[in-house]
Design a binder for this molecule. Sequence first.
Ligand code: PLP
Length: 397
Amino acid sequence: MNAPAVGLTATASPLDARLNRELEGFRAADLYRARRVVEGAHGIGLVVDGRACISFCSNDYLGLASDPRVAAAAKRALDRAGTGSGAAALVSGYNREHAQLEEELADYTGRARALLFTSGWAANLGTLRALFGKSDALLCDELNHASLIDGARLAGARYVRVPHADLAGYASALDDAKAQGGEVGIVSDSVFSMDGDEVDVPALAALARQRGATLVVDDAHGLGVTDGGAMALADVYIATLGKSLGAAGAFVAGSEALIEFLIQRARTWVFSTAPPPAIAAAARAALRIIRSEPEHQTRLQANIARFRRGVEALGSGLPFSLSPSTTPIQPLIVGPAGPAVVLSRALFERGYWVAAIRPPTVPAGTSRLRVTLSAAHTEAQIDGLVAAIADASLGGS
Ligand SMILES: *Cc1c(COP(=O)(O)O)cnc(C)c1O
């Protein structure tokens, strides 16, 4: 082997110099982010960086990510079908497990067909780019998930930012867009991932129908938790399998024509290796549990109510405000990034893991602790979190 040319390995590259400057800026603004390593299953009780804690920041709302029945289904599929699918679904990667999951998802959502993607990101980018183009307009909620924003930009359509969940804003944007010609799409989260509030899907669907627009709804945080109407009413229904289903991947559900078109044209699907069959088997097992055991949803609703009652009972004078959300996403809005990080750290020291969410994930000045509830939390764990919040915010860290 040749020795590397002198000077090509040791000195900092211009790229690193630029990145290090930017990283310093993130640090100075309290916006630097880092990961914590979880040992073992991602349930409620976790060992994180070597210490035990109770997690209140997962999207595994029904506790299925660590359900032994889901893991067992994946194991059986691993034994039968191995690990990788080896190719894109259009080539040789389409397994019986994928086909059955798609049928079961179509049945669950009440739509003609469903199509499995490797992730919600892939589903949103691939779908929006396939369905819309330069001569079209996409009306997008200003708080949409990053993958919907990037998908709409990738489509090349005119991007119209609509004020958050503002039906009058949609109506006037629709009139403008229609006057300019081309297809018009309305693109929205159902449950907003950082606020936990919901858009009025039936009203959006009515607007879309009246004005001949296509309604695309991302139900990542609604599927299996709340039915705000997207499943029945969106022309293009998108949801993930990595949140309440405790698996990974995502799917689009809709008409026969929609799914056949995506099979021809959704680039993130056509040119991507199909997910492991075992992941599809896990999602099928989780879906069966969701359909046959409604008690998890009942328990989740009770946990959400218990947390809200607990925080409301703490009274005023707290360094955050509780959002009016009725979903498992219950953010405590702190405001500036620094104090949000301090509160998150103080809770972690008390054994509760609640992530601080800062810009650019949320608008500047709205940094928050994004508390998420699960059906798997016990009443004692919820009461313990509320007590720790009181202690950390009133007693200092
Ligand atoms: C998590 C999320 C996604 C991305 O899904 P992944 O499967 O994690 O890539 C898309 N949309 C929304 C609203 C989400 O919350």
